[in-house]
Design a protein around this ligand. Sequence first.
Ligand SMILES: Nc1ncnc2c1ncn2[C@@H]1O[C@H](COP(=O)(O)OP(=O)(O)O)[C@@H](O)[C@H]1O
Ligand SMILES: N[C@@H](CCC(=O)OP(=O)(O)O)C(=O)O
Length: 367
Amino acid sequence: MAKKTIVVKLGTSVLTSGTEKIDRAHMVELVRQCAQLYKQGHDIIVVTSGAIAAGREHLGAPELAPTMANKQMLAAVGQSQLIFIWQSLFNIYGLNVGQMLLTRADLDDRERFLNARDTMRALLDNRIVPIINENDAVATAEIKVGDNDNLSALAAILANADTLMLLTDQEGLFTADPRNNPDAKLIEVVDVIDDEIRQLAGGTVGCLGTGGMATKLQAAEIACRSGIDVVIAAGFAKDVVLRIAAGKRVGTLFPSHISPLESRKQWILAGPTPSGIVIIDDGAVNAITQNGSSLLPKGITAVSANFKRGDVIQLQSLQGKLLGRGICRYTSDELATIAGCHSCDIESKLGYGYGAVAIHRDDLVLF
Ligand SMILES: Nc1ncnc2c1ncn2[C@@H]1O[C@H](COP(=O)(O)OP(=O)(O)O)[C@@H](O)[C@H]1O
Ligand SMILES: N[C@@H](CCC(=O)OP(=O)(O)O)C(=O)O
C-alpha cells in the first residue's frame, strides 16, 4: 500500500464506550491498530476528544454547575490524564507522541497555521505521533473551533492528509438517528453533501460529547473540499482503523472528487489577493517553469510590498512577465535579506530558518 497520511478522530463516545469513564482497554486496541499502520510506513495523526470526560473521572465525578469555567477546569485536569494515557499506550509499541492543543485562532491566521503545520511536519518526520485536541482550558467560545469533528477536518488539512476517519458510537451516517429510529438504514456512500443529507443528521445525546452527526457532516464537507476522503464509522468495530486504511467498505464513505494538490492550487488562484511581488532571475524562471522546481532564495532578485509568512504573492520575471502565484514561507523583510543567497546560508543570515525554499512547488501555480 502506498504511504498515506491518516487522521483518526476518536469521539468521547468511543473513548468512554458510552460510559462516564475512559475505557483504557478499548484505547489499547485502537493504539494497536494505529501503531500497526505506523509500522507499515503510514503517517498517523490522532485527534482525541475525552478531556472533559477524563477530568470528571479523575476528580471523582463531582457535582458541578454547567458553567464554561467548570468545563474548562475539567478539560485542564483531563487533558493531562488523557495525554499520559496516549503516551503510555503508544510507548508499548515503541512510539512517542507529541501533544498539539489548538484553537481556531491557530488555524485561521495564515502565519500561525504555517507554524502549526511545521510542528506537525517535524513530529511526523521524526516518527512521533501527533495527538491533537482543542485547547479547551483556555479557548473561549469566540476563538474555539467548538467541536472535535470540525477540528479534525482542519487538522487533516494541516497534515495534507489523504484520509480522515471519524470514529464514533454508530456504524456511520444513518437515514435518521438510530437511537430514536430503529428502522434507520446505514448509508454506505455519500457523493455530495447537500441539504437532503444534512437534514438526516441530528445532534448528540451524550452530555460529554459535542455536535453529534451534524458536526461530522460539516467536517466531511470541509475535508472533502480539500481533497481528503472521509469515513464515518464505529470505533468499536473490529479492526476498524486497519480495514478503512485497507480500503475495505466500512461505515459511510464520503469520497473526495478532487486531489489535495488540485484543491490547494485552486485556493491559491481563487483565494486571497496577492500581497506582494517577487522578481526572479532567468535561472529561477527556467527551474520553476521547465523543471517543476520550488523557488529558492538564490533566484530572487527583488521583493516588493510588505507581506507576511504564508501570504500569497505573485512571481515576475526580470522582463516584467507575470509568471504565477505562490504561498511564501518567508516575510518580505526576510526574503529581502536572503535574496540571492544559497539556501544553506539562510540560518546564518536570519539567525533562524523555515526551510530551504521560499515557495514550495506544491504551493506554486504557474500561469
Ligand atoms: N443520521 C444519524 N446517523 C447516525 N447517528 C446520528 C444521526 N443523527 C444523530 N446521530 C447521533 O450522533 C451521535 C454521535 O455523535 P456524538 O455523540 O457527538 O459522538 P462523538 O463523541 O463520537 O463525536 C450518535 O450517537 C447518534 O445518536
Ligand atoms: N475537546 C473536548 C471534546 C469536544 C468534542 O467535540 O467531543 P466529541 O463530540 O466527543 O468529539 C474534550 O476533549 O472533552
